[in-house]
Design a protein around this ligand. Sequence first.
Ligand code: SF4
Ligand code: SF4
Length: 295
Amino acid sequence: MKQLVMLSGKGGTGKTTVTAALAELAGRVMIADCDVEAPNLHLLLKPRVLRSYIMNISRKACIEPEKCTRCGECEEKCRFGAIRGISVDPHACEGCGLCAHICPSSAVNMESPAGAEVFIGETPHGDMVWARLAVGEEASGKVVSQVRMEAQATAVEKGYELLLIDGSPGIGCPVISSVTGVHLALMVAEPTPSGRHDLLRALQTAAFFRIPSLVCINKCDMNEVEAERIRAECASLGVEVVAEIPYLEQLTEATRLCLTPLETEDDEVARYFQSLYDKVTEKMGTSRLQPRSIT
Ligand code: SF4
Ligand code: SF4
């Protein structure tokens, strides 16, 4: 099974729109939304939830008031200033367990609150896995790994040939969890100075993991100077720009209405994404896929 990840240096470049379009064109694929901090692919693909479960990720200290003698030992020793009296600030607690270890009254319990909810569902274009982080949960890399593991298991079980991954934005731990082991990265970038800078960082991240990259410039007519700089920098890095999609009012309207690009039933929109799909699948060698034809 081939794995294709869509990446962008930052959020809001159209990465999720591209993922949705490729899922539609592929006909039947496994889909994973690894943008767990701001998942929205499910808003476009509208999966039917088949099952879901809670992930417990971080440990947090919790003091039992009945057992606590108010000796103040834990407050004094906590290096993160997470304890005030018998209250623990869950956002400051790092879960090191020191307070539980030193408490002379065994009044501190280490608990694992819900860190994320993982969903497994089905869309008209294939099965899909996504997740939602609990408020304040920071361990999104673990959740991304879980989403990918679920997606890979489902893909193998159901015989999918391609796993499409909507990757996390940025270059941190969740992105690394998104890209490890994939065959190809498609970078979606906008032609702005920050977009170009973020694209280069994302390309460096992919290169570090020896993952070949392609680039799609979204809203390429928004800033011709920056678009040309992206083309030049990609050329110097030996990275192919496989698609340039101009600003299309129909796409903006589709996003506002939570519609996928092909649901616009607009020929111009369809042609841009069909061309992108053809080039990406050619690079991946997924010739056995049978793309939906666009007129
Ligand atoms: S060390 Fe234990 S007994 Fe002392 S204040 Fe903390 S929780 Fe209470
Ligand atoms: S688990 Fe560690 S970080 Fe959390 S309150 Fe206890 S000592 Fe502080």
